[in-house]
Structure formats: structure tokens, C-alpha cells
Design a protein around this ligand. Structure first.
Ligand code: 5GP
Length: 180
């Protein structure tokens, strides 16, 4: 699952996880600084750059990217065991990661979460208050690129109302699982 920072991926994923049995969210690793409301090992495994690079070398990541000034990556250990035991795994990742997953795991379903419009995205990022102005600007620039790539995705969900978008997302996932 991808979509620009501020599109509301986290909220929507939280909603559908409550409704979908047998589905888990893979926890990523990152070198970005922990925000005050985040906990080590809950939102992310927060690693130093040296730790992250060591884990790249030993092959611990299915995919990883540089986003802003930081690494983000999907841990093999968060995905493979769950898939093998028959669970569905959601990845919440940015565009390059989604493209890499599609190449490496052709059965993956790609879902794009879009904001209602660009101005709304700017407003949400500012309101969230977790990033400084330079980071927000960088994220908005990246958001333009991500929005331009929507067509590559199997499903596009516009998050204009959380309730409606959560229903649509649940439907899309159930539909995708049926096609397996
Ligand atoms: P944030 O710093 O807001 O938590 O995340 C920034 C971006 O990194 C978001 O678009 C998020 O989906 C993406 N991201 C989080 N984890 C991963 C990952 O493991 N791999 C990739 N490629 N992107 C990730």
C-alpha cells in the first residue's frame, strides 16, 4: 500500500486491520528519528545508519529505499513467516518500494491511497506538525511524483472521507484476495 505522506495510509490500515482476520501489517525498519508519540518496535524498528547498513549487507531486507535523508526497509522476517503460515501481509511503503515489491513478488497487490487534492495534503502535513518546513516541502515534492504514478496501481482509493475510504479499502483487499 502506497500513497503520499499525509494521505492517511496509517489511519486506513488501522481501520481495516480490525476488520480483516488473518491479516497483519509488516513493521518496517527506518533510520529516521523517532517522533515523540512513537515507540521503538511499535511503529518501526528504529535503527542507526550503521545498524541498517549491516542488515542490508546480510540480506535482511526484501526492499529498502532512501527517502529524504533516511533509510526505510521491509524486513524479510516480518513478511516471509507470516506468508508461509497463510496470513496476508500489508506493507505500508512509498512508491519505489512498491515498484520493487511488484518486481520481486509478482503476486503482490498494489493499492494507492490518494488525498482528495494537493492542497489538502499540504494542510494535513502542516497540521500533523511532526515535520519541519523543509521536510514538509520535500515530502510535498515527492507527493507530486507519487500522484503521477497512480496508474501503476491495481486499486486507487481516494481518502476524502475516512469511513468511506476504509470501506473501499476493505472491499479492494477482499476482492484481491479472492483472485489469488
Ligand atoms: P514516515 O516517515 O512518514 O513514517 O514514512 C515516510 C514514507 O516511508 C511513507 O511513505 C512510508 O509509507 C514509507 N515507508 C515506511 N516504511 C517503508 C519501507 O519499509 N519501505 C519503503 N520503501 N517505504 C517505507
Amino acid at each position: 500500500m502506497s500513497g503520499p505522506s499525509g494521505a492517511g495510509k496509517g489511519t486506513l490500515i488501522g481501520r481495516v486491520l480490525l476488520r480483516l482476520a488473518n491479516t497483519v501489517l509488516a513493521k518496517s525498519a527506518t533510520t529516521r528519528p523517532r517522533r515523540p508519540d512513537e515507540r521503538q518496535g511499535r511503529e518501526y524498528f528504529f535503527l542507526t545508519q550503521a545498524e541498517f547498513e549491516k542488515r542490508i549487507k546480510v540480506g535482511d531486507f526484501i526492499e529498502y529505499v532512501n527517502y529524504g535523508a533516511n533509510y526505510y526497509g521491509t524486513l524479510r522476517s516480518e513478511v516471509e513467516a507470516s506468508l508461509q503460515s497463510g496470513r496476508n501481509v500489508i506493507l505500508e511503503i512509498e512508491l519505489e518500494g512498491a515498484r520493487n515489491i511488484r518486481r520481486r513478488m509478482p503476486g503482490a497487490v498494489l493499492i494507492f491511497i490518494a488525498p482528495p487534492d494537493f492542497e489538502e495534503l499540504r494542510r494535513r502535513l502542516k497540521e500533523r506538525g511532526t515535520e519541519d518546513t523543509a521536510t514538509i516541502d520535500a515530502r510535498l515534492a515527492r507527493a507530486r511524483e507519487e500522484l503521477a504514478a497512480q496508474k501503476e496501481f491495481d486499486y486507487i482509493i481516494v481518502n476524502d472521507s475516512v469511513d468511506k475510504a476504509a470501506d473501499e479499502l476493505e472491499k479492494a483487499i477482499r476482492n484481491a484476495l479472492k483472485e489469488d
